[in-house]
Design a protein. Structure first.
Length: 179
């Protein structure tokens, strides 16, 4: 009879492909499997506590299970979980946009939402490109990238990045050259 941890670990190895993880090594290890979080700590399914010292890759800056955030999410869920911004709008999208423009540097007074860093970079690339196309400067389509730059892992974001490990295999996809 498997323990709950062993069952989850086996299912992880059978069905879940962890990003930025060498799965060959991962499947021969005992994976860390998180059950819940509280403030700065995460707890695994076996009840052990860990300091989430890198805020779950910088994304959990306010800590885990924060009552005020949980309440705000629950309040919104009880109204509507999702509605599109395609040709229409919704209350929180509008009100947050106003707040964000209030704290953004002057001149940045429009908000376009994205759901991840890589998608945000894709959007910025497309907007910058289209801006010059619309202005009639058709030749302006090169992007300068810094050495070792990382902007996310989608194809467009990789195309303006410069970490050899990430771009080596995909060069032919992102630049038209063979890899
Ligand atoms: C500088 C930078 N840009 C973009 C990204 C991509 O963000 P995401 O993982 O949300 O797509 C990251 C992620 O680490 C990043 O560090």
């Amino acid at each position: 009879m498997l323990t709950d941890y062993e069952r989850l670990a086996n299912l992880n190895k059978d069905y879940l492909w962890n990003p930025f993880t060498q799965m060959k090594d991962y499947i021969s290890s005992d994976p860390l499997i998180i059950e819940r979080g509280e403030g700065i700590k995460l707890y695994d399914v076996q009840g052990r506590a860990y300091y989430d010292g890198f805020s779950s890759v910088w994304l959990n800056v306010h800590g885990h299970n924060v009552p005020e955030l949980n309440q705000a999410i629950t309040d919104q869920l009880s109204r509507v979980a999702h509605s599109t911004l395609l040709g229409m709008a919704n209350r929180p999208a509008i009100e947050l946009a106003e707040k964000l423009t209030g704290i953004a540097p002057s001149g940045l007074n429009k908000i376009f939402y994205s759901d991840s860093g890589a998608a945000g970079v894709e959007i910025a690339i497309k907007m910058a490109f289209q801006y010059w196309q619309n202005k009639g400067v058709k030749s302006k389509k090169a992007f300068i990238t810094m050495n070792q730059a990382y902007h996310g892992d989608t194809i467009g974001a990789v195309s303006v990045g410069a970490i050899p490990l990430y771009i080596r295999l995909r060069a032919s996809l992102t630049s038209g050259q063979s890899g």
